[in-house]
Each structure stands twice: as structure tokens, then as C-alpha cells.
Ligand binder design. Sequence first.
Ligand code: SF4
Length: 277
Amino acid sequence: MPPTKEERREALKAVYHQAKGCTSCPQLAATRTTVVFGNGNADADLMFVGEAPGANEDRQGLPFVGQAGKLLDTLLGEIGLSRPEVWVCNVLKCRPPGNRDPHPAEIEACQDYLLRQVELIEPRVICTLGNFATKLLRGDPTGITRLHGREEVRVIGRRAVRLYPIFHPAAALYTPANVEVLRADFARLPELLALDVPPQPKPAIEEAAVPDAGEEDPAGQAVPEAEAAGSPAEDERYRIEAERAAESGAEADADADERDPEAARELEPAAVQLGLF
Ligand code: SF4
């Protein structure tokens, strides 16, 4: 049974709580103010993936809240969409100090969070904003100047999506001619969103013949009941993540009771950062 919307949403919250305490990149973990996980509609058809949080994003805990974010909002509005209808996130969830480029090791360390977001939100179209997101999700060093405005179907993690690279809005802030290029690329998004969802790869759980409970797997190990066909490990993972989300939420609520109301509002957990509705 595929997970329900609610299960996916709870699993997404669990990934958020996991990222919130992440210290995989020691320098970024030491210098960030907040982990900027992502924001928007957890059931979005359209996902934007930028590079990394900047100073404003780091302060507010939300992606694309500065000038580049305003341009993103304007361009979305011109195609009849608004921020609450889409999902916006970055390759890196923490701000590189001085807005330096992400290091390859940081991109590698952070990519699982992005892949989980893609898996759980299930977008039809992923718009990569600029070189870092485009190169990561295409697994290829070809730059954005050659690729922008050209969609292709790619499997990202376990999800086949229409990948649509465009320039990063920040690049357009410095080169006004790029705003028109960006606008023209944005104009094709409604058409891409109207296309059928690309055929999805078979879930690994179905591809590998899962032996029944009590039988031996190919490595000769008896298969525990919880992993047998009919109770797939995938379901179990969603359940565990949802439980973690519920526990983290309860902990955060308890903590909030002990803070003054202003601070509690500022640190309100997943619902605020994720903007789940
Ligand atoms: S950038 Fe990603 S992997 Fe690195 S510390 Fe932040 S959340 Fe963790």
C-alpha cells in the first residue's frame, strides 16, 4: 500500500526534525543560526531547488526571503501561482559562511535530505535554480547556461520527475537581462505541470522478490515478520518516521510551554517552517 498523504506529511516532519539537529558539516553547523529545511505545500506539484540559504534565510529559517525570493514570488505570480502552492528548498540546508559556494563534501552530506523531500512531496516538476542544484540532480557537470529552459525526465532518488533547470533568481538581480530569460523559462511551467506524471520506477521492494515470513532470504537469513511481504519495510519506515515526528512535536510543545510566548511563537516547530496546509 502506498503511503497516504498524511503519512507522507508526518514523515516529512520527521525528516525536518532530523535535519534540525544535523551537524554533518561541522563548519556550517557551528556558524548557522537555523537549519533552513524548506517551505511550502507538502503536496506540491512544483518544487524549486536553489543553492543554499543566505543571511536573511538563515535568520528567519525560511528559504528565499530576500530580494531573490521577491523576484521568485513575482515570477510565480505572473504564471498564476503563489508560494503556498509550491515547495521551495535548497541543496544545502545551512548557510555557508560569507555566502561562499557549497563544498562538494557538504553537498554530498546534505543530499539525502533533498532526496527524501522529493520522495515524500512527490512533485511532478522540479525546477532547479542555478548550477549547484542542476548539477546535483542531473548528476552531470553541464552548466545552467546550456541547460536552462530544457525539461527532461529524470529519476531523482526513487521518483521520476520532469526536471526543469532555470537560472537562479539571484543571478538575475545582478544581470537584469537575465530577468527576461527567467521570465520566458517560467512561462513554460504551466505547460509542464499540465503534462502527465512520468512513469514511475518500480519500488525496490517490489523489484527484489521479498520472501514470505519464515522463509530464508537469498543471504540465508530468516525474514522477520515485520519485513515480510504484506508488511513491507517501506511501510515500517513511514510509521517510524511518523512516530518520530509526533514525539518531536510533543517535545517541542513541552519546551514551548516553558518559554515566554514570544519566544515560543518564534520557535514554533515544524508547522511554521514547513508551512504545511
Ligand atoms: S548543510 Fe545539510 S548536511 Fe550539512 S549540517 Fe546542514 S543540514 Fe546537515
